[in-house]
Design a protein around this ligand. Sequence first.
Ligand SMILES: Cc1ncc(COP(=O)(O)O)c(C=O)c1O
Length: 485
Amino acid sequence: MSGQVRGVQLARLLGQWHALPGRRRSPDYAALAAAVRGLLADARLPLGVRLPAERELAEALRISRTTVTAAYRELRETGHLASRRGAGSWTMLPANHRVASTGLWTPVDDRDMIDLGVAALAAPPQLLDAARAATEDLPRYLGGAGYHPTGIIELREAVADGYTARGLPTSADQIMVTSGTQHALDLVLRLALPPGGSVLVESPTYPNALAALSGRRARITTHGLSVDAGGWEPDLLLGSLRQTRPKLAYLIPEFQNPTGHLMPAALREQVAAVAHAVGTDLIVDESFVDLPLGGTELPPPVAAFDRHSRVVSIGGMSKPYWGGLRIGWVRASAPQVQRLAAVRVGVDMSSPVLDQLVAVHLLADAATIVAERRVQLAAQRDALLGALAHRLPDWRVNVPRGGVTLWAELDGPVSSALARAAEEVGVRLAPGPRFGLDGTLERFLRLPFTLPAADLVEAVGRLAAVRYDLDRAGRQRWREPAVIA
Ligand SMILES: Cc1ncc(COP(=O)(O)O)c(C=O)c1O
């Protein structure tokens, strides 16, 4: 979405805006203003975009102009809209709010919030020792300028060894260290995606990947994943690749965010073969590859089936170790790594040396740290599943065999309304539509199991209460069919 949102676009994003908690008690204009605030809070409506003129939105929503006028007035009063006479109205961040890591808006004083908007663990206890050891290594680097566009050699070697251990022989010159996986994705897109180029993504998918693609003006097409165990529908996925022949496809084959699905080996092989046949390059995001739970066997990496340098793998330390480290990487052919490094110099030169040294120490202790993470995550996943079965038995969930998230199919298209209501009772959610395009996926909700079990159980209890209230507030409305991708 660029600097301006059209009436029809906003109407599509607003979806069932009238289906709000407590709806019967509030007038139309207040419900509309609350729905716009909800879109702003979860970043589906960006900051600084111009909203449609009142008449245009009134026509798109088939409501009176006075209702829109009153809703815009309320948004101005709450600090969500700035207007200039004759010029229009722009979305803005109200006072006392900040943009959180997820891209969601957060009140500055939200310390008591149970935040299920973020799918990442707190740092492991070993991090402090790794940081201390890194400072002792630092003098070895202080004699140089400290710029290493592809990363310091010891970290590149450690990452390459990780791939080799997974059955994909890799040398250090095939690795470029980045400042997180998101940075890796951005750099790869800068290199591989021409303006307006087409990209196939899963639906649902990781919202910040969608943001990176929009930022590069990609033309996005989607492949729908099911909630059930299989996830990818092989014929449909391969068919989409053959028909749309996209420039790129972005896939998360290991414990996909948000569904938690694991792509089977046979499909990996087929995807690599078809991608080559139709001229598509694959960006494979391996963020969760270290986190199989309960003895789940991992298939070979997608790149193991690649004979033609079609696959660029990206990954990083954020999920198994800590997001605050900001260490990620790209695995590609050695010439591609050099081209990426040339692009990177124009962006941020290189990653911090000290943080890379911390990463080296953590990777040296990987067996212990990651094993502990898996035990922790399996216990938290089971606590979440147990609480859902007990308190929200009508929600359909698939048991993820790894990763950090599960994808619940709700008992109605209420995800955004539920997120707004949950905020009131101290639970932050990333509603389903964040994970797709154009306001679809209202029937789904991502639930991460990265918080302690007691918090997860408490959060589900609060959600169950709120869900019940939503039903009482406007049951008829939510039974209307909604578009689900
Ligand atoms: C699939 C996926 N890719 C990338 C990222 C971003 O990772 P990083 O913190 O390493 O930039 C995440 C974080 O949630 C993710 O789930």
